[in-house]
Design a protein around this ligand. Structure first.
Ligand code: DGL
Length: 271
């Protein structure tokens, strides 16, 4: 079973791609909507949530966990790997066995990363725009990725202010959504960006509105397909079944009311 979590429904944009590759796999998806958004929360707070959710997903049977949230990846994935991934450490083995009910002696984590590297090969103006949460943009993990951009290529960033709230409300288009999206996207376009990297898993749900405002000639990158492919590769290396056989069972879990999650799942995942 693959466990997937996000602060809300954003991670469904990653889940959608994973399930295309591994339709027979069983899944447990956890929306931490009682604590959403993560974007402005401290790293310690997010680590606490990530550890708790890992325990829940491993207890449900997850063999590998996708942190389908850029903000949680930036804040917590190193801590999660330290606690549960290194099977050569007896303490880690003990901990992993404990939370998985004796099934697994280590748990692997797959995280999100803003797709700055692929964007370098696509830009013609030499300007890449990154939209992400405040937490992702200030995290060391992102700063390190950004350091990889040298020479003539420049990276400009903006927080997608209000984007997560729009997606959680299911307001993906219309006048208000366009005004909200434009306020954060326009500064990147004005700076000359011809490639926009979506650095938050909620943002792909606003793709049509983002494309409408960006206009033709602007590439918009969603890293979810690449993450799904990476997950399949890591599962293979770790000796897990290939995810194509099986019953494709999906369990939806959330820390708050689950009506949003169920509606979003029905809309985006069963279409
Ligand atoms: N979906 C998230 C991300 O990828 C979290 C957004 C939030 O809760 O602020 O960053």
């Amino acid at each position: 079973m693959i466990g997937i979590f996000d602060s809300g429904i954003g991670g469904l944009s990653v889940f959608r791609e994973i399930r295309k590759l591994m339709p027979g796999e069983s899944y447990a998806y956890y929306s931490d909507n009682a604590h959403c958004p993560y974007g402005e929360k401290t790293a310690d707070y997010i680590i606490g949530r990530a550890v708790q959710i890992t325990g829940i997903l491993a207890g449900k049977g997850a063999d590998i966990i996708v942190v389908a949230c850029n903000t949680a990846t930036a804040a917590a994935i190193s801590a999660l790997r330290r606690l549960y991934s290194d099977r050569s450490d007896p303490e880690v083995r003990k901990r992993a066995l404990e939370i998985s009910g004796g099934r697994r002696d280590h748990i692997m984590f797959i995280g999100m990363e803003p797709a700055v590297k692929p964007a370098i090969g696509l830009t013609k103006t030499g300007v890449i725009g990154v939209l992400a949460t405040a937490g992702t943009l200030k995290a060391e993990k992102y700063r390190n990725t950004r350091e990889l951009v040298h020479g003539p290529v420049k990276v400009v960033e903006h927080v997608g202010q209000g984007f997560v709230e729009l997606v959680e409300k299911g307001e993906l288009s219309g006048r208000n959504a366009e005004t909200v999206v434009e306020a954060s996207l326009r500064p990147l376009l004005d700076a000359g960006a011809d490639v926009i990297v979506l650095g938050c898993t909620h943002y792909p749900f606003l793709m049509d509105t983002i494309r409408k405002i960006a206009g033709p000639g602007i590439a918009v990158i969603d890293p979810a397909p690449a993450v799904a492919k990476h997950l399949a590769d890591v599962m293979k290396e770790d000796g897990l079944p290939d995810g194509c056989q099986g019953n494709g069972r999906v369990e939806l879990l959330s820390s708050g009311p689950d009506d949003n999650l169920k509606a979003a799942y029905a809309m985006f995942m069963t279409a």
